[in-house]
Ligand binder design. Structure first.
Ligand code: ATP
Ligand code: MG
Length: 224
């Protein structure tokens, strides 16, 4: 396919990417929140958007089913960066990966005593690396839904989760105690597509970079 396919997830990433795409003259012709279509044409005949689950964006781009995508740093850390070029931090969908515990749980003491902590999370890889680096022994419990419930229901001592305002933690009597990493969304590009469709992709990256305000796109330095 000659055109460009962009993988986006519904919700905050789609909303916050819209103004960036507009800078490249790309405006989706339908709203994925109301349309059931998963392939959305844009104001540019040679560019289409595919609507994917946030965690699937790297997979679509890695295999070349999409040329470009947007994915959270959290998703990229869990997925691994194989086959993906990550030229640009879009500085959207910003939040922080944190360790949180029930208010009143003496985490520091449990860690000091070498206790084996039960940690529930959707982010197994990030959590494993974080606790390994601190030398804290943990049993990781993989969850797919609301992690805040796990300590309240007695499933885990702590959670590793994304925090933005902290209001969900607060509402469930949890407190964030360790900051693991700042999270924002990145542009991801299929490496082969960048070479083969360079004349189409590079101007899109440049237009986006100019509105993100982070200067030159590193990918332009890649040899074709
Ligand atoms: P779903 O909510 O449909 O189960 P998801 O949580 O993977 O899927 P989103 O909620 O759209 O998808 O999150 C997409 C990305 O936005 C995440 O990967 C993360 O980088 C970022 N994000 C998640 N929660 C927040 C938040 N509360 N504030 C800001 N950014 C966030
Ligand atoms: Mg979500």
């Amino acid at each position: 396919m000659d055109g460009i396919t962009i993988a986006l997830s519904k919700g905050r990433i789609f909303e916050e990417t819209l103004p960036l795409l507009a800078a490249a003259g790309i405006e989706p012709l339908e709203n994925p929140e109301t349309s059931r279509k998963l392939i959305i044409p844009t104001t540019r005949a040679d560019v289409r958007v595919v609507i994917v689950r946030a965690t699937d964006a790297p997979t679509y781009v890695q295999y070349g089913a999409a040329d470009i995508g947007v994915a959270g740093k959290d998703v990229l850390l869990e997925h691994g960066g194989d086959g993906l070029y990550q030229p640009l931090d879009l500085k959207i969908a910003r939040c922080r990966m944190m360790v949180a515990i029930p208010a009143g749980f003496d985490y520091a003491n449990a860690v000091r005593q070498g206790a084996r902590l039960k940690v529930a999370t959707k982010y197994i890889r990030i959590a494993r690396e974080h606790f390994a680096a601190k030398g804290v022994h943990v049993d990781l419990i993989k969850l797919y839904g609301s992690m805040e419930l796990a300590p309240l229901a007695g499933l885990a001592d702590a959670i590793v989760d994304l925090v933005s305002t902290g209001s969900t933690l607060k509402a469930n009597n949890l407190v964030a105690i360790e900051h693991i990493i700042d999270i924002s969304s990145r542009l991801i590009v299929n490496q082969a597509a960048l070479k083969l469709k360079r004349e189409k992709i590079v101007p899109i990256l440049d237009a986006i970079a100019s509105v993100v305000g982070s200067g030159a796109v590193e990918s332009c330095a890649v040899k074709s």
